[in-house]
Design a protein around this ligand. Structure first.
Ligand SMILES: [Zn+2]
Length: 222
């Protein structure tokens, strides 16, 4: 992957030294970690109750409005700063690996981006997170097995139920055989309502013997 390393911290904007990746030491040490993976029925798991058949779910960081984490996610999504996804993904993976509940997976896969948005942006912001997580956990990953079929631009004008139906219909697994009897970690950058992750997970759930866990780099502060 082609990585772009800017010379400023993606959290607070200070100049970075050559050896620093995407974040300054100050931002790294005060990351608002949730440690959700240590707790059964954590906030993300409760959000997905009855909607997704999951083994476990966790979000790495709390994301208050206008916070450093908010700026990091913005840099990752809109400023081509994939180094931030890789750096935070690597840290998230290290935390998961040392946890009791989420230490092992067979595959890590990203929530796919709309094909139209992928063309505009040139990258899926979840790919670098997945690569960081998988590297830390020494797990296989696949960036193109779960895909989005077409662009659903008019989504915001639909009712909640219609929107859900629409989203469900657009995800597709290219090679289901590769994920049979596997424990898959499905990764998103931010989970807010959970409707996208719900649709993805429910498409994956049709695969024989699959177990699904969910990971999000950030979760909005309530
Ligand atoms: Zn900083």
């Amino acid at each position: 992957m082609d990585l772009f390393f800017p010379h400023y911290c993606a959290g607070c904007g200070v100049s970075l030294r050559n050896y620093q990746k995407a974040l300054c030491l100050h931002c790294l040490t005060k990351l608002p970690r949730t440690r959700m993976h240590d707790f059964v029925d954590n906030r993300l798991e409760r959000l997905l109750w009855g909607r997704v058949s999951y083994a476990s779910a966790s979000a790495f960081l709390r994301m208050p409005k206008n916070s450093e984490v908010h700026r990091m996610i913005h840099e990752l999504k809109y400023k081509s700063n994939q180094a931030i996804g890789l750096e935070l993904g690597t840290m998230f993976g290290a935390e998961l690996r040392s946890s009791e509940r989420m230490s092992h997976f067979d595959y890590v896969i990203p929530v796919p981006l709309h094909p139209k948005r992928l063309k505009e942006r040139g990258y899926n912001q979840c790919d670098s997170i997945v690569q960081g997580v998988a590297e830390s956990m020494q797990t296989s990953y696949s960036l193109d097995n779960l895909v989005r079929n077409h662009y659903n631009a008019s989504q915001t004008r639909m009712s909640r139920y219609k929107r859900w139906q629409n989203v469900e219909a657009i995800f597709r697994v290219v090679d289901p055989g590769a994920l049979e009897h596997a424990h898959v970690l499905l990764v998103d950058d931010v989970i807010t309502t959970g409707s996208t992750i719900e649709a993805c997970a429910n498409v994956l759930a049709d695969i024989k013997g699959i177990r699904i866990s969910i990971a999000s780099l950030a979760i909005p502060q309530v």
